[in-house]
Design a protein around this ligand. Structure first.
Ligand SMILES: Cc1ncc(COP(=O)(O)O)c(C=O)c1O
Length: 395
């Protein structure tokens, strides 16, 4: 078939949204959550919804899942405000750092503040006092991540200071692991370091002993476990766990114990928008970096690096067209990519899967895209741009 020729099939094609879209199976997210819940019981579950629900679309995911979680977690204040604007009443922890000037918003919207330093503790107490309210806070203890948080060997001073803060509700205390999963970095794979994680855990216990030594009740929510720790370090579950990537059905790495049954909920779909014969020696796309030595049948897909399909993957990815994997060829453009089908096995309008599983069983996983892009699977998910519509289904 020649490029762009109208025919009967084209006339009957539904085109309600952009052909390139993410289909999110909300029921699968709920099944993943149920599997996590059953595994960590009786610990509570905070689901991490930061970064547009790991790319899955906060607006669709959050209201659907909120009734089934104990806590919602985000990284920044704006994400929490989005959740409140949706009308969600659940407790929300903002895990990232905050500035004193942001604290009034926490009070206005009943958000939970992470306290990482004596400075923010004092600012929180002062702001709550001025507002005549009590503010919910969780202490963040740095046990070896060296990012943000009161370092474990200085934690006692912070906890001591908090004893005189009558306008704060000390609801939680937490830490975060630096090496509980494999880190996929360009040209290097860093395997998890469980002995470092155990050392972090020991430091966290040491900090918690403050309460025992003073005969004071512990903050009711002690938490530490991200996805990898949920799977690999059951001793880190405490009162609450904080799953991110496993809630979305993706294992944090290839090493994590498969102790729960989860499955991805996301399929990145598109359709063929153009097809043609590319002649032998006729180079394709910017820079003319690819050409075939024989005539081949190629198709064009309306998805590119502006959608989060990394340009640096050019010439490496496989793309599923009509249930079979084919090579992407030439430079990935801002809005389009070319796929070499060799023979005429697809036409305009046919189904394309860039990420996820086809009905045929063929699948492209986030870790595949990560390997082609020289990054980690987390970045693959969060990099899918806002331009890609999210379509929510239940199945
Ligand atoms: C503080 C905190 N807790 C939990 C998570 C969830 O991590 P994961 O997606 O590995 O479960 C994150 C994500 O980076 C985080 O920053």
């Amino acid at each position: 078939m020649g490029g762009g020729q109208p025919n009967d099939k084209i006339q009957s094609m539904p085109a309600p949204i952009r052909p390139t879209h993410l289909e999110i199976n909300l029921s699968q997210l709920r099944r993943n959550l149920a599997a996590i819940r059953a595994y960590v019981h009786p610990a509570k579950v905070l689901v991490m919804l930061k970064a547009n629900a790991y790319g899955h679309g906060l607006m669709g995911v959050a209201p659907y899942i909120a009734p089934y979680v104990d806590y919602l977690g985000v990284a920044i204040l704006e994400e929490a405000l989005q959740l409140r604007e949706m009308g969600l009443q659940k407790p929300i922890l903002i895990a990232g750092g905050s500035l004193p000037g942001q604290i009034p918003a926490y009070l206005d919207y009943d958000l939970t503040l992470t306290i990482s330093s004596p400075l923010i503790l004092a600012a929180a107490e002062q702001a709550a006092q001025q507002a005549g309210k009590r503010l919910k806070v969780h202490f963040k203890i740095d046990t070896g991540m060296e990012r943000a948080g009161q370092r474990w060997y200085e934690a006692e001073a912070l906890l001591e200071q908090s004893l005189s803060c009558s306008h704060l509700v000390i609801e939680g205390i937490y830490t975060h692991f630096a090496n509980s999963e494999t880190i996929e970095t360009p040209g290097m794979i860093l395997l998890p370091n469980y002995s470092y994680a155990s050392q972090q855990l020991e430091r966290f216990h040491e900090v918690l002993r403050f309460y025992e030594k003073r005969s004071l009740p512990l903050p009711p929510l002690r938490h530490a476990a991200n996805s990898a720790a949920i799977l690999n370090l059951p001793e880190s579950h405490f009162d609450m766990v904080r799953p991110g990537i496993i809630f979305y059905g993706i294992y944090p790495d290839d090493e994590a114990r498969r102790v729960i049954e989860i499955a991805p909920a996301l399929t990145w779909k598109s359709q063929v928008v153009y097809s043609k014969i590319t002649q032998a020696g006729s180079p394709a796309s910017y820079g003319s970096l690819w050409a075939s030595d024989h005539a081949v049948y190629t198709v064009t897909i309306p998805c590119g690096y502006a959608d989060g399909y990394f340009r640096r993957m050019s010439n490496q990815p496989k793309i599923i067209v009509n249930g079979k994997k084919y090579p992407q060829v030439g430079q990935i453009c801002m809005d389009q990519v070319i796929v070499n089908l060799e023979a005429e096995t697809a036409e305009v309008g046919d189904e394309v899967i860039l990420l996820g599983q086809a009905a045929s069983g063929e699948a492209i996983q986030p870790q595949d895209l990560a390997a082609w892009a020289g990054t980690g699977r987390y970045e693959v998910l969060t990099n899918i741009s806002a331009r890609v519509p999210r379509v929510f289904v239940e199945k």
